[in-house]
Design a binder for this molecule. Structure first.
Ligand SMILES: [Zn+2]
Length: 453
């Protein structure tokens, strides 16, 4: 963990933009913040510094199949055919190939301005469904990928036991995913040990979905953690229909009727919700984990973000399938999806003079931090996760403060993220991760082997 001092000409602090800010970092955390400070010898000098953003939902290995599922069938295509391809890909991965792909994904996250990931990790067992000698082998590989790249990690080991509502037995394609509750509790213990070397990793749990977990199992899982609880929910209309047929309730409605959902929870997607479900989610202070690029790619549908935002709902973004890893594009697409539906502009940031970029960035920053169980922003006690925007980028010309955020999110293409520090350690310079060549070479060799097999 690193001791360093930054001097940032324009820094986005919790209270807003400040000038000539000195950040003192001890053991990777921000120890002191002084605005209007003089620059000292040895300070790391940044022009524009903003906090690193949390990526609250990822399946790292899916980066390796990005772009391979864009071929139509005779009757169109759907989420469910994508899932079949994903299972086929998943069965070819061993621990080494899994880690190589995760390193590539995590490197790209850092280059995009994400500094922590919530890894919704469900690939636990060997291809034949038998546990590895060390049950948390694959969790340890996630931790190793975070360690190798420097990305902050909130690990969410997934409990998966059934193929559908009502406790249907899992199908053979899901055998690498499956636990009973006791086996999962042992996995959590092992995973906790695997995270220890990272220093500031967080461990939570992820009941996969209401399809994959029975009500009794859900009740048994919640007390296994004091960390965050993430669940996929209401992503597809087919899932909503199946939940109604099984229980008479919609997925989010069912969850709130049967579990104490509070600020520890992150409801991933929650795409198909009615007004009552929106109100319940807002009141519970749970975070809704939106994954705009993946939801668009999979044709999930559009979350009612305007109603949710107006009611003060908490949200963050995740790169989910990692078909494209770009923090700015997640926020841009979140806003654009709503503009297309509302046929209006700046539809989420309400109020005279409020910047959409600032509203989206602040909301996603705080929501992701809550969902990943870390302190948000450039604040004393928080991890020194700092992103430098490139003041010399064309899109930043003759702009300042919130207009930099607007221009990064809406106008910049890639390249606006110049440098990234994670826990005070620089991991990206001139837009490139320091280990880029080695990680990318390993990734290419791994995919040649996995996809050539
Ligand atoms: Zn997911």
């Amino acid at each position: 963990m690193t001791d360093v001092q930054f001097w940032i000409e324009h820094a986005l602090l919790p209270q807003g933009w400040a000038r000539n800010v000195r950040l003192q970092v001890c053991a990777g955390r921000i120890a002191a913040i002084t605005a209007d400070a003089a620059r000292s010898e040895g300070d790391v000098h940044l022009k524009i510094g903003v906090p690193g953003l949390g990526n609250l939902h990822s399946h790292a290995f899916q980066r390796g199949m990005a772009g391979l599922a864009e071929i139509g069938g005779a009757s169109g295509d759907s989420f469910w055919s994508w899932r079949e391809l994903m299972y086929t890909f998943l069965h070819r991965l061993d621990p080494d190939s899994f880690q190589a792909i995760a390193e590539q994904a995590y490197m790209e996250m850092l280059e995009a301005g994400f500094t922590r990931v919530g890894e919704f990790h469900y690939l636990h067992h060997q291809p034949n469904g038998v546990a590895y000698d060390q049950p948390a082998e694959m969790s340890a590989r996630v931790a190793a990928a975070a360690q190798a790249t420097g990305l902050g990690l909130t690990l969410l080991p997934v409990f998966y036991a059934h193929a559908d509502f009502g406790g249907a037995p899992p199908n053979p394609a899901q055998r690498r995913l499956i636990h009973d509750v006791d086996g999962f509790a042992r996995l959590l213990d092992d995973a906790g040990r695997a995270l220890a070397p990272l220093g500031d990793a967080v461990l939570g749990i992820a009941p996969h979905s209401l399809r994959a977990v029975t009500p009794d199992e859900l009740t048994a899982l919640v007390p296994l953690t004091r960390g965050p609880i993430h669940i996929h929910i209401a992503e597809q209309t087919r899932e909503v229909d199946a939940c109604l047929a099984w229980s008479g309730q919609r997925p989010v409605q069912w969850l709130y009727a049967h579990a104490e959902v509070d600020a520890r929870w992150c409801l991933v997607h929650a795409t198909h919700v009615d007004a009552g479900e929106v109100a319940a989610m807002v009141a519970s202070q749970a975070v809704v984990g939106l994954c705009p690029i993946t939801e668009a790619n999979l044709g999930d549908g559009l979350f009612p973000m305007q109603a949710f935002a107006q009611a003060g709902g908490r949200f963050g973004v995740g790169s989910d399938s990692n078909v494209l890893i770009d923090a700015a594009e997640e926020l841009r697409l979140l806003e654009y999806g709503q503009r297309l539906v509302a046929r209006g502009r700046n539809v989420l940031a309400r109020g005279e003079g409020v910047s959409s970029g600032r509203w989206l960035f602040d909301g996603a920053l705080h929501g992701a931090a809550q969902a990943l169980r870390v302190q948000a922003g450039l604040a004393v006690g928080a991890s020194a996760d700092v992103v430098e925007l490139d003041h010399a980028h064309e899109a930043m010309a003759a702009r300042g403060d919130d207009a930099w955020l607007d221009s990064w999110l809406f106008a910049a293409r890639r390249g606006a993220v110049k440098a990234v520090w994670r826990a005070g350690r620089q991991v990206v310079s001139e837009g490139r991760h320091h280990q880029r060549d080695a990680i990318a070479a390993r990734y290419a060799a791994t995919l040649a082997k996995v996809l050539g097999a």
